[in-house]
Design a binder for this molecule. Sequence first.
Ligand code: ADP
Ligand code: ZN
Length: 437
Amino acid sequence: MDYSPYFNPPIETMSREEIRSLQSASLRRVVRHCMNSEFYRKKFSELGITPDDIKSVDDLRKLPFTSKEDLRENYPFGLSCVPLKDCVRLHSSSGTTGNPTVVLHTQKDLDDWAEAVARCLWMVGSRPEDVFQNSAGYGMFTAGLGFQYGAEKVGMLTVPAAAGNTTRQIKFIKDFGTTVLHAIPSYASRIYEVMKAEGVDPVRDTKLRVLCIGAEPHSEQQRKRIEEDLGVKAYNSYGISEMMGPGVAFECQCQNGLHIWEDYFIVEIINPDTLEPVPEGELGELVITTLKREAMPLLRYRTRDLTRIIPGECPCGRHHLRLSRLQGRSDDMIILKGVNIFPIQVEKILLGFEELGTDFLITLENKESNDTMTVEVELKGLFTDDYRKLQALQKEITRRLKDEILVTPEVRIVPKGTLAASDEKKAVRVRDLRKNY
Ligand code: ADP
Ligand code: ZN
């Protein structure tokens, strides 16, 4: 069938001027709506502003920031702007660090969310003829239900396989003719490993063609590895439960940056220390204002995720801004001997070695008042007992890591399966034992 390349052509192809004037109108509305929450009423009065002070996007910087701490302190429903009887669902983040953050949704919020995900899935080439399988956990984790409703909105046959049980997952892929799969990147690699062990050739034995990978930082090298292993095109999906979940920003088929839907969100990139905007195109913290949300609109929400805006036009015809691959949260950043290091930099180097698998673990310790970093990485194939070969490999990994991160880690090559990521959870890449001191 002949389909449009866009799920929602008038919105997706809006010009920059149209996007901006739509945003200004939506911002005026959302700011007024925020006055239904005591939290924002208080913030506005502290700053001495009223909704009338906000006339366009140019006034955005007059507004207060909202942080994860604000959500925690007002747990669970303190930021809601509608009565609870008008809400139909809540989600909460996994709460890795403290009280979980709760996000409420009205039915319209859920419909808008499904539309955002549908646009993303359509953008990467999913069509009603496709079979979509979701290997994310269903429940509080937003990637389960979030992708489910989006894929149904596209009109695909959906397979809500949910997380875990890789053998069953692979059976579904084969038996139901799955063409589009969603998996977090560490789990996509796991699926491939199990396929290999079970003698399943992803190209010969499955119809997989599109993979949506997201929810955790991953490097371009990991994407390429996954694409080659599974014989698919893999697209980066950025989601954050405070904004809704998946569907916030997604790569198009150009695979050069993630379009963020600007009729839903206003984007700012700030310097997390000065809170001032960074010069265009520079790395900083992503700050998002929701424009459509009814139950729990958020003004200038500090995501703690670091990214930059990719300048220029995208050949796909969408003018919605593009974010560069997300580096990870500012709290994922390792500071070792005064040097800032992201786990994704380590991954990038490790995946440059044919011999290595995708699982690795960074351990930070304090030994005799000296901060040290150990990088354990798995071999891809069988463990070799050729000591000389291993030693040479180890030396070369250490050298290349040092060039990238500017400190010299201790590198340990470990047998396959030693560090294997769990089926259900986002991979843990860093263990910081220095905090015990
Ligand atoms: P939590 O992980 O706190 O339980 P979420 O599921 O909302 O809650 O996770 C959102 C976070 O996951 C983002 O803030 C970001 O740090 C990370 N993340 C999501 N998608 C991506 C992606 N494509 N690339 C890198 N990091 C991502
Ligand atoms: Zn594009």
